[in-house]
Design a protein. Structure first.
Length: 257
């Protein structure tokens, strides 16, 4: 009887997540969350589902752009996404009093590092002496450099994937690429590292993931939305992501490309 009453009172939340089996880096066409196993993202939301009796989550798996389109038209209620100002027209992020994204209520923080050969490592340390466009940075199509990296001496070469970018480095066609190297405060071992390729710390780019609600859902359920953001932020999501990534790296190390 009590369980039935709770189920009746629970608010349905339709959560849309990407249908890819591998999301690389922070592709603008992709989920913005660079975890190789999207099931890790699903587990984060399932933990929330198990904690909050007042919400009942329905899961929808679609291509990323379809998820965003459905959020815009209120066909789904939430997605996980990085902050983009243009998305505030149809979606609600957790915001500070100054209307900036509230990093304390982010789901995660993913940081990426440059990956290059030993020769590039040495040259990068003394890059101030090099002229503009001294290095070729191979990155997947759709990746957008942050303002800091855009000022570095890079010629950009777009590739189909991170693996293809690293292949170009090993062939001597490119000097460096980028890859996930830190989740929250946890450095993560990269399966891209090899005898010839190494990750360069500290990270050069970082992206935070948020649960983005549709405007309609947030306006109807503001207090519930605020509670969901708090519960998600209090979870140890970084450890979960690291565990999933380590498992993925163990598999990838046996078949690199």
């Amino acid at each position: 009887m009590c369980l039935t009453a709770l189920q009746v009172q629970a608010t349905e939340l339709i959560f849309c997540y990407e249908d890819k089996t591998a999301a690389t880096l922070f592709l603008s066409e992709g989920s913005d969350v660079p975890i190789d196993d999207p099931d890790a993202l699903l587990e984060v939301i399932q933990r929330l589902d198990n904690k909050l009796a007042e919400v009942s989550i329905r899961y929808v798996r679609k291509p990323w752009q379809a998820c965003l389109s459905d959020l815009r038209s209120n066909k789904v209620n939430a997605v996980i996404a990085a902050y983009r100002p243009e998305r505030t027209a149809f979606g609600q992020y957790p915001l500070t009093k100054s209307q900036q994204p509230d990093s304390t209520r982010a789901l995660s923080k993913f940081s990426s590092c440059l990956i290059g050969s030993n020769k590039f490592h040495k040259q990068w340390q003394s890059r101030e002496v090099f002229q503009t466009k001294a290095f070729t940075l191979a990155i997947p199509r759709g990746y957008k450099l942050n303002k800091t990296l855009a000022q570095e001496p890079f010629f950009i070469q777009h590739t189909a994937s991170v693996a293809k970018a690293l292949e170009l480095i090993e062939r001597g066609v490119a000097d460096a690429s980028m890859g996930l190297c830190q989740i929250g405060s946890h450095k993560v071992a990269s399966h891209y590292d090899s005898a010839t390729l190494k990750t360069i710390y500290p990270p050069v780019a970082a992206e935070q993931g948020y649960l983005l609600f549709s405007k309609e859902f947030y306006q109807k359920h503001q207090s519930l939305s605020q509670r969901i953001w708090r519960v998600l932020a209090d979870q140890d999501n970084a450890k979960l992501y690291v565990d999933h990534l380590n498992k993925a790296n163990q598999v990838a190390s046996t078949d690199r490309y």
